[in-house]
Design a protein around this ligand. Sequence first.
Ligand SMILES: Nc1ncnc2c1ncn2[C@@H]1O[C@H](COP(=O)(O)OP(=O)(O)OP(=O)(O)O)[C@@H](O)[C@H]1O
Length: 648
Amino acid sequence: MATSRYQTAEMRRQVGSPRPKTRDTKDTLCRNVVIYGHCRYQEQGCAFSHDPNKGNSNSHQQDSSKKALNVESPSFTPSTLQTTNSTNKKPTFSSQAVTAPSFTPRGLGAATPSTLPDSEAQVFNPAAIREFTPGFDLSSSTTTPANGTSQDGTVGYDVFNMPSQNLATTPFNPYAEDHSAITGAPSTYFQPQNAFTAPLQPLQHHLYAPIGPYREDLMPYHRLTHDFFVPEKLREELQKKSEAAMQVLPNSQLPQLDSYHSLVPLDTTHRKNANTFGYPSWVYKATSSKNGNLYCLRRLEGFRLTNEHAIRSVKEWKRVENANVVRIHDAFTTRAFGDSSLIFVQDYHPLSKTLAEVHLTPSAAHAGTGRFQPKTPIAESVLWGYITQIASGLKSIHSNNLAARCLDPSKIILTDKNRIRLSACSVLDVVQFDIRRPIQDLQQDDLQQFGRTMLCLATSTPPQQLTNVSAAMEQMNRTYSPEMRDTITWLLTPPAPHKSIDEFIQGIATHIVSAFDQSQHRADTLNSELFRELENGRIARLLMKLGTINERQEFENDRAWSENGERYMLKLFRDYVFHQVDSNGNPVIDVGHMLRCLNKLDAGIDERICLTSRDEQTSFVVSYKELKKQLLSAFNELMKAAKPGRSF
Ligand SMILES: Nc1ncnc2c1ncn2[C@@H]1O[C@H](COP(=O)(O)OP(=O)(O)OP(=O)(O)O)[C@@H](O)[C@H]1O
């Protein structure tokens, strides 16, 4: 049983119920005296008793039958709470705790089921949560009845006709919290809000926006965590990639280059292979000393630069910005490896593999023999995806008056599911700079190499073993559609005056459209994951703020700072969120409860909760809105004393 959660539910039911009128208020201790030590309205006609000793016995007697303070306590006025908060600097709760009416959580507990999540927590259903009033600060209305009756009350205006320009035009950054507003200084950023203006602060919601696409295959017991966090598979994938990106080699023998350090080899074999470039090539991950970013360095061993202009040709490749071409940043020569090496600096794509590694690697039985074991044929849709992406890369390269010159399954990398990039363009432009060939010829070669690469992939044949093209075409016909055969045949036919990448793209237009659709779907899915992270990011920042306050050993020579005044409430809030126990005293670990409470605190909604002192002698009814103010006020105190220039 989670005792305080039961109280919250009880209070929710009480929200909106009429206040008792028949009670003799003179004998009732004012609620503000109990919580804040004094009542601002004492001199303005507040009908309740302000003598704590008198009130103690009376309220104790009265309320002991009700077991806990609650929103129906006659003297409790939210508007007063709000004002009192800002004027009453250090209310000492511990002294009032003695006079507070008794609170008996155990009695309430009997009615609470001991199962962890309540029904609201089990299935994420925004529609079922009644107190969600997106964006309208009803409590600040002067006509709003006391004790938060507005929460479930009817909204007396047409929410669909609210002015929307504020939300649309305000460039809002929720993380740039305006701390000056909390300390009483007028905020120039947010204008005053009331019930009849649209809110200027969009964070007045505490729910995760359930924006699709949705996963339909989740069992109810999966839902809580899956609904709040990145899906397991994606998280694992991203974490592996970030692990690979952060990998370092202890005791590495690799040299440090002028601008790059912490080199990690990416080659999966130690085989010296000079087939592609005429020089053995090695690939490393490296960290730039200039900006700390990671790059991929391709080194051509033993290359001697004879023509200064050769290396400058790389400059032209900087213009190629295509999602299917690995970006090239720089090229230079170095003697750091003990030879004369040529280095190309490219974007680094963690855990990428070449198409040859993925589709043409020899099986274990043939490993080391150089023979490739045919693998299961690539699905036709995947092959069309590759064709579309290579065509897009080539289109961009050819439009820049360049040629890829290196279309080979071992030089095309797979950086994500079915996502490929041409990885070694520009290398031959430098290496074969002196053998100048017309760019048109090189572009025609690109198309033919494109055809050969696709044939290799369609027949699972490594390029060096593709000696009989017509036999390979035959083999391909057995697995793939005639359209695929025609496409590859077109690419392989000898150059013709009008043969160009543009013509090719027109020919495969329908496949480009489906690839485009798939890519949009993927973007939608990732976008919806991003929405979750947006909310989780809010929680992380909130937890950091709470962490700076809760249990702080000392502040401004006050060893009890984190225990006093508004900080005491925050301590009790921490207990309420994280330290709940069931009727047997066992911890209640309920992610849904924690997330819900933190989201509500971040949004500062009007819902009230009952916080109970650790000795269970005192309970405080407080709204998330008030708690948020207390949190920001305490945090603001810390920020003021912190070193200037540190931002949060
Ligand atoms: N830009 C890059 N970012 C991250 N990894 C890359 C990048 N380019 C290549 N790699 C990886 O580096 C490894 C080596 O690439 P390389 O082009 O040398 O292939 P290879 O199979 O070793 O070919 P070769 O036998 O011709 O050397 C491959 O696993 C490849 O996925």
